[in-house]
Design a protein. Structure first.
Length: 224
């Protein structure tokens, strides 16, 4: 009897789906939430709110965060603009320990541009913003709250081809931030690099530098 029970248990275990490779929460009603390895409820984690590119390939939050950091951040995917961002922040903050002053917006492609919009319109709600390939919307009045925007660290990552294709837009963007006294870091990658794969490690370093207070000023860098 004991042998038959053990055999049945082994068959049931073999039939069970493989565990998720990345620690994604299962209480979110279809919203992807990344829980860092070694999560401690008593520690207030920085929160990364990811805006995926609606025109890009399917977004995998777990795989993306594995490239950024498995331990440093809680993360959530938000789709649908500012309303989705607030909803995602509220949902995660109700269930996990999140630092209310360390909420960062991260956008890919066209959603990188949207992240600039949301953060500049609500600068007191975010610790900063990262755009992977989405240029700053230069022709929109986003510096109305200039004092708060000046305190908002921003990182723009793009390929060399994209920087050249904007017909002077990159230079305009840098001049705008310089004139406004706002902070913009820029990373330019070779045209052959995939930002989704190449940039996350740099994003992690930049975020940690900003939170530890070791970064300052507007600057641009070319990454080989």
């Amino acid at each position: 009897m004991h042998g038959r029970k053990s055999q049945r248990s082994a068959r049931e275990h073999a039939a069970m789906p493989a565990p998720k490779r990345w620690p994604l929460a299962d209480w979110t009603d279809g919203v992807s939430v990344f829980v860092p390895q070694g999560y401690e409820a008593g520690y207030d984690y920085p929160l990364l709110v990811w805006l995926s590119d609606p025109l890009g390939p399917a977004f995998d939050l777990g795989r993306t965060m594995a490239r950024v950091s498995l331990r440093n951040f809680v993360a959530v995917e938000a789709a649908g603009g500012a309303t989705a961002v607030w909803r995602a922040i509220d949902r995660v903050s109700e269930r996990l320990s999140v630092h209310p002053r360390r909420v960062w917006l991260v956008g890919q492609g066209a959603s990188g541009t949207e992240a600039f919009r949301i953060a500049c319109r609500h600068p007191d709600s975010f610790a900063g913003i990262v755009s992977l390939g989405g240029a700053f919307p230069l022709d929109e009045p986003l510096f109305a709250q200039i004092d708060a925007v000046r305190r908002l660290p921003m990182l723009y990552c793009c390929t060399a081809d994209a920087a050249e294709a904007t017909d002077g837009g990159t230079a305009r963007m840098l001049r705008l931030f310089h004139a406004a006294g706002a902070t913009l870091a820029m990373r330019i990658y070779p045209a052959t690099r995939d930002l989704v794969k190449a940039a996350p490690a740099d994003v992690n370093r930049w975020l940690m530098d900003e939170m530890c207070g070791s970064s300052s000023g507007s600057r641009a860098a070319v990454v080989g």
